[in-house]
Design a protein around this ligand. Structure first.
Ligand code: ATP
Ligand code: MG
Length: 419
């Protein structure tokens, strides 16, 4: 076959899909404890939403979006991230009219046209949380803690928490000038992206991954002296809350989200064992975003976590997840009448909550035994003409080999008592 999945996309097949379910179930359970509720927004949005909500001068909007005109001539974009749509939905549905804060979470595919490599795909999946309607630093600490708890309960260790403050538009005006002064001398040696960032938004130079630029980062002025009183106090309080919760963190002055509507706290949680793509989740505060999207001042904070990167980290740390798909019972049949009867029993057993299966391919008894083995069935039972006539069959514990005769009409209650 010459048709393959598009570059940068992955099929998630069983048993791999069990891991995905396990991660989602674990996360949902924790999210419930933290009182977050699920929001589901469209997979595609008007392109403008991302241009305004992520920012024109970002890699995502400049290079990575899947944008096309639909048959009605509207410019549509497959969502590259979740925050902009959540804020749009919050405004559109006037959720701000309800008691605040609003705590949302989402799971789902995101799309970015990037160079595929380990931990970087064109369709990937995020778990994200967004808290809207409060600028309390408690929530900054809460979302970091929540993300860490999800990773800890999945069994991941050795995570590093990096935090920073990017201030507010006022603090940044001064800081931008300091950065321009500092980088001016070396601008010629820097990459072309950074040369254009220099004019448009020098903060984003701090985030540059190229080696030539990174060597000029050391010694760059830090934002802390430029922070206004409010931003500085907010940052102190976030650190305090994290200290009180005994969360270890490192302050990283180069951690930026360089757009005007990102404010105050920025953070990344990194597992260095992942190599080049080592950030498992990142996020921050965006008190200016709702205004950009819908002319309303609504503070917000959130994170987005890459599920593929969680799975890579689990593999790298050799975490054993308890994933069970084993069957309770496999019914082995001989002949057409037995197949029909078995099919009826399957329905009753499934109604009663048992995981049961039979053969559909007219395999030999030996072949069916193998199927029972392969599906890790806990019990098997053979149904042939004799069993049907006598109304009695032998149920076998596949592990111990122990066998017991039971009356067929009792099969459901027998299985209920054993599972
Ligand atoms: P990076 O620096 O790795 O490109 P980013 O800053 O673009 O990350 P965010 O937009 O903050 O990432 O997304 C949050 C998380 O989503 C990342 O930390 C990562 O786990 C995951 N992620 C982002 N882009 C991809 C991708 N192309 N493939 C897989 N996971 C991704
Ligand atoms: Mg990226």
């Amino acid at each position: 076959m010459d048709i393959t999945a598009p570059r940068g996309t992955n099929d998630i097949l069983p048993p791999e899909s069990l891991k995905w379910q396990y991660i989602e179930d674990t996360a949902r359970d924790i999210l419930k404890r933290y009182n977050y509720q699920e929001i589901r927004t469209p997979i595609f949005e008007e392109t403008q939403l991302f241009q305004r909500g992520i920012g024109e001068a970002t890699d995502i909007v400049e290079k990575e979006m899947y944008t096309f005109d639909d048959k009605g001539g509207r410019s549509i974009t497959l969502r590259p991230e979740g925050t902009a749509a959540v804020v749009r939905s919050f405004l559109e549905n006037k959720i701000y009219g309800q008691a605040q804060p609003t705590k949302y979470y989402y799971f789902g595919p995101m799309f970015r046209y990037e160079r595929p490599q380990s931990g970087r795909y064109r369709q990937f999946h995020q778990l994200g949380v967004e808290v809207l309607g409060t600028d309390s630093p408690v929530l900054d600490a809460e979302v970091i803690l929540l993300g860490l708890q999800i990773l800890a309960e999945l069994g991941l260790a050795d995570l590093e928490v990096l935090i920073n403050s990017v201030g507010c538009p006022e603090c940044r005006t001064e800081y931008r000038e300091q950065l321009r002064d500092y980088f001016a001398a070396n601008l010629e040696d820097m990459c072309s992206d950074c040369q254009s960032r220099y004019d448009r938004n020098p903060l984003r130079i701090l985030d540059c991954k190229s080696k030539e630029c990174q060597q000029h980062l050391e010694g760059a002025p830090e934002i802390y002296d430029s922070l206004c009183t409010e931003c500085s106090e907010h940052f102190d309080q976030v650190k305090n809350h994290l200290d009180e919760l005994a969360v270890d963190y490192t302050i990283d002055p180069a951690l930026v989200r360089g757009l005007d509507y990102y404010t105050k706290t920025a953070f990344e949680i990194v597992y260095t064992g992942l190599g080049a793509q080592d950030t498992i989740f990142g996020g921050g505060r965006y008190d200016g975003l709702a205004e950009e999207i819908g002319q309303r001042e609504i503070p917000g904070i959130g994170f987005a976590m890459g599920i593929e990167r969680i799975i890579l980290a689990l593999e790298e740390q050799e975490v054993e997840l308890s994933l069970t798909v084993d069957l309770d019972l496999f019914i082995i049949t001989i002949g057409e009448a037995a197949q029909k009867t078995a099919f009826k029993y399957l329905a009753k057993l499934r109604e009663a909550g048992c995981r049961v299966e039979m053969d559909y391919l007219d395999r030999s008894v030996k072949g069916q035994m193998k199927c029972a083995d392969r599906t890790n069935a806990q019990y098997s039972i053979i149904l042939g003409e004799n069993e049907l006539e006598a109304g009695v069959a032998t149920i076998r514990n596949m592990q111990s080999g122990e066998q017991q005769e039971i009356e067929l009409h009792n099969l459901v209650s027998e299985m209920e008592s054993r599972t």
